[in-house]
Design a protein around this ligand. Structure first.
Ligand SMILES: [Zn+2]
Length: 349
């Protein structure tokens, strides 16, 4: 943490004038340590709002890099970030460093998984969901319930959004409400439905408002309902889920954290929402020499490289993006098997 440029009463005057925050709440914000998982449409707004609010430490976790199609709704990133294919965690940390030098930002470029989730999230006071998929949210839910850390679910698609705070021991957890993750491909996702920036901004703002209540020590003000809204039609619904706590819930009832104990054998592959891309994660993190791979791949197609990744253009549509831990995004394929085949041909055994 760097010494603040201005006293809190100056910098945060408007926020501190808001009685429920005041001096005490502001001090608590400065002491808070928050993890934001996913730095896309929701996470980049969350990170910006919390850094500006004066949250002391932000751990920013994202597996991706900035692309041109992100700029429509992800306010931390610039055209230059997209041109350089900077990892979102790196670009976000740089942007936040210009916003509030007193916020200690911990950028982590990684895919959150059963293997690393507890290490990445264990010590924080609050977890914010900026992911775009249910398996990741169930994993966050398991860590949060196991460690007694509140977390705030958020989702946005098309012109709609949904939010729900989960306070372990008090409110229903995500598995009380959805026993299993909805099947990928059911329901609209960002592939088919697109997304309007106002919908993701409002969703993230609602999450951030609940976060400020919790972080400022105003637990009693938290809205425990599941809020659904549609900015296009004007619909708004708040679902009272207070009676949904399930004593038989595998997570908060029986404390069997199945998503944390998911098998980790072999490579994991997953098709990425709305990306026409597949991610492959090796069975154990590797230490990859990006320079060596850039040289090896140079005869196969155009190679781009920055300190955080190497990109090989196999064709107009297909690109391989390799990270230092051996993780790869295969762009231009949607079938995980096709992705794995390319991973093995160009990188694997
Ligand atoms: Zn539960």
């Amino acid at each position: 943490m760097t010494a603040p440029l201005w006293p809190d009463e100056v910098r945060y005057s408007r926020q501190m004038r808001f009685a429920p925050i005041s001096e005490d709440g502001q001090r608590r914000l400065a002491e808070a340590h928050v993890a934001i998982v996913g730095l896309g449409a929701l996470g980049s707004v969350l990170a910006d709002l919390l850094a500006r609010a004066g949250v002391g430490r932000l751990r920013l976790i994202d597996r991706d890099f900035v692309e041109p199609s992100n700029l429509q709704r992800q306010p931390l990133y610039t055209e230059r970030d997209a041109e350089q294919s900077l990892p979102k965690a790196v670009a976000a940390a740089a942007a936040l460093g210009r916003v509030n030098r007193s916020t200690a930002v911990e950028p982590v470029t990684a895919d959150i998984s059963a293997r690393n989730a507890e290490a990445l999230l264990g010590g924080v006071s609050l977890i914010l969901d900026g992911t775009d998929n249910f398996p990741s949210r169930f994993l966050l839910n398991d860590v949060a319930v196991k460690r007694g850390i509140p977390w705030i679910y958020g989702g946005a698609v098309a012109s709609r959004g949904v939010t729900l705070p989960v306070i372990p021991g008090e409110t229903p957890c995500l598995r009380c409400l959805y026993f299993v993750p909805p099947e990928p491909g059911t329901g609209e996702t960002c592939d088919t439905a697109g997304i309007l920036a106002p919908a993701s901004h409002v969703t993230a703002s609602r999450q951030a408002a609940e976060a400020l209540k919790l972080l400022a020590g105003r637990r009693e003000a938290v809205n425990p309902r599941m809020v659904h809204f549609d900015l296009w039609t004007g619909e708004h619904a708040e679902l009272d889920v207070s009676s949904a706590r399930n004593p038989d819930c595998p997570a908060c009832g029986r404390r069997q954290f199945e998503f944390l104990h998911a098998g980790a054998d072999g490579e994991r592959t997953a098709a990425l929402c709305g990306r026409d891309a597949v991610q492959i994660v090796p069975s154990a993190p590797l230490r990859v020499d990006l320079g060596a791979w850039a040289a090896r791949w140079a005869s196969l197609g155009r190679v781009e490289r920055n300190p955080f990744l190497v990109k090989l253009h196999l064709s107009e549509e297909q690109r391989l993006v390799l990270f230092p831990d051996g993780r790869m995004l295969v762009q231009g394929v949607s079938d995980p098997e096709d992705g794995l085949r390319l991973y093995r041909r160009y990188f694997g055994e």
